[in-house]
Design a protein around this ligand. Structure first.
Ligand SMILES: Nc1ncnc2c1ncn2[C@@H]1O[C@H](COP(=O)(O)OP(=O)(O)O)[C@@H](O)[C@H]1O
Ligand SMILES: [Mg+2]
Length: 323
C-alpha cells in the first residue's frame, strides 16, 4: 500500500494580542498531540516570524492557527493565508471578523432572532452618561472591550461610579466598549463542528468558584478555579435548545469548521447568547476538546479532523478560483 504523504503543517501561535501566553501554552499542547507520522510541523510565532511564513508559503500544505484575539482570530491572518493560498482550520475572513467584534456579533444574533443581552456601545469620543446607561440597562452591567477575549479588560459594575471607572479601564484595551445588561443564571458553552452538516457537541456548564463575579481571566486559566461539567446537568430539552442556538449562531456569523458559543441560562428557561469563539481554547482540558471527548473524539482525532476539514475547504477554494 502506498504510504500517505506527511502533511507540512504550519503551527501559527504567539502573536501580539493580550492572549499571547494562552496561545503559547495551547501551541505546546497541540504540538504534543499531533501524530508525527502524519505531520511535519513548523512553528511560526506571528509576532516575529510572519515574513518567514510568507517566504516559506510554497512549502506549507496547511496552517493551524492557534491564536486568540486581534491579529489571529479576527480575520487579518486568515486574509494573509488566503492571499498565500494556504488552507487553515476554522472560519474565514468574514466570519472571524464578525465573531471577534462583540458589537457586530450581537447585531447579527438579533437579525437571526438569537436572544442576546441588551447593550450599548461607547466610543472613546463619546461623552459618558453612566446614570442614563444604568436606567436603560439596570444593574449590574458587564463592561467589556469590543474586540478582546479571555475576559481581558472586563468588569461587572453596580453603580454609576463603577460604570465610569469600568468604561475608562476597558477603553485602555479598545477604542470601543460594550456595556451590557448582566444576565443572572447558569453559564453554558456549546461547541459546533462540521462543514456541510454541523454537529453540536455536548453542552458544558461552567461554574466559577466563589470569589469570581463571573468567568474572569483567573477563573479561566488557573487550575481549580472553575468546575466544568460535561455533559451539563440540565434537562434534555434545554440542552437541545442550547445546541440549536450554537448551530444557529455559527451559521448566522458565517463561520466554518468549528466554533464555541457562550450563553447564560436564566431561571426562566430563557437562554441569552453572549459571544461566539472562532478559535476556542485548544489544550486537552479546554472546553471544546472536553466536549469533543465526551462525544467520543480524542484530542488527537479532533486536531486531525480540523486539519482534514481545512484541506478539504482549501481544495474547494482552489477549484472555485480555477473555474
Ligand atoms: N451579559 C452578561 N451577563 C452575565 N455575565 C456575562 C455577560 N457577559 C459576559 N459575562 C461573563 O463574562 C465572561 C466573559 O465574557 P465574554 O463576552 O464571553 O468575553 P470573552 O471574549 O473575554 O470570553 C463570560 O464567560 C461570563 O461569565
Ligand atoms: Mg467568552
Amino acid at each position: 500500500m502506498e504510504k500517505a504523504k506527511r502533511i507540512n503543517l504550519a503551527l501559527l501561535y504567539g502573536g501580539r494580542s493580550s492572549e499571547r501566553t494562552v496561545s503559547i501554552a495551547g501551541a505546546n499542547e497541540v504540538e504534543r498531540a499531533l501524530d508525527p507520522k502524519k505531520y511535519t510541523l513548523r512553528r511560526y510565532d506571528t509576532a516575529t516570524e510572519l515574513k518567514k511564513l510568507v517566504q516559506e508559503a510554497d512549502e506549507i500544505d496547511c496552517a493551524f492557527i492557534l491564536l486568540h484575539g486581534k491579529y489571529g482570530e479576527d480575520g487579518t491572518l486568515q486574509g494573509l493565508l488566503d492571499l498565500l493560498g494556504i488552507p487553515y482550520q476554522g472560519s474565514g475572513v468574514l466570519g472571524s471578523a464578525l465573531a471577534m467584534d462583540k458589537h457586530m456579533a450581537k447585531i447579527i444574533y438579533r437579525y437571526a432572532s438569537i436572544l442576546t443581552p441588551k447593550w450599548v456601545t461607547i466610543s472613546h469620543r463619546d461623552r459618558l452618561d453612566p446614570e442614563a446607561i444604568i436606567s436603560s440597562l439596570g444593574v449590574p452591567v458587564m463592561i467589556k472591550p469590543r474586540t478582546q477575549g479571555s475576559s481581558v479588560g472586563m468588569i461587572r459594575a453596580h453603580t454609576p461610579q463603577e460604570v465610569e471607572r469600568g468604561v475608562q479601564n476597558a477603553l485602555k484595551w479598545d477604542e470601543h466598549v460594550l456595556v451590557e445588561a448582566c444576565v443572572r443564571g447558569r453559564e453554558l458553552t456549546v461547541g459546533v463542528i462540521g462543514l456541510d452538516s454541523l454537529e453540536p457537541l455536548p453542552v458544558v456548564e461552567i461554574i466559577p468558584e466563589k470569589g469570581h463575579d463571573f468567568f474572569d481571566f483567573e477563573a479561566k486559566y488557573r487550575p481549580g478555579e472553575t468546575v466544568e461539567v460535561c455533559p451539563a446537568d440540565i434537562p434534555t430539552e434545554i440542552a437541545r435548545k442550547a445546541q440549536a442556538i450554537a448551530v444557529r449562531a455559527h451559521e448566522a456569523l458565517q463561520l466554518k469548521g468549528y466554533s464555541r458559543t457562550d450563553m447564560i441560562l436564566e431561571d426562566t428557561g430563557k437562554i441569552f447568547t453572549i459571544e461566539t469563539n472562532t478559535i476556542p481554547g485548544m489544550t486537552p482540558t479546554s472546553l471544546f476538546p472536553q466536549a469533543a471527548a465526551e462525544a467520543g473524539v480524542s484530542f488527537g482525532a479532533l486536531l486531525d479532523r480540523l486539519i482534514e476539514m481545512a484541506m478539504a475547504e482549501g481544495h474547494n477554494q482552489s477549484r472555485s478560483q480555477a473555474a
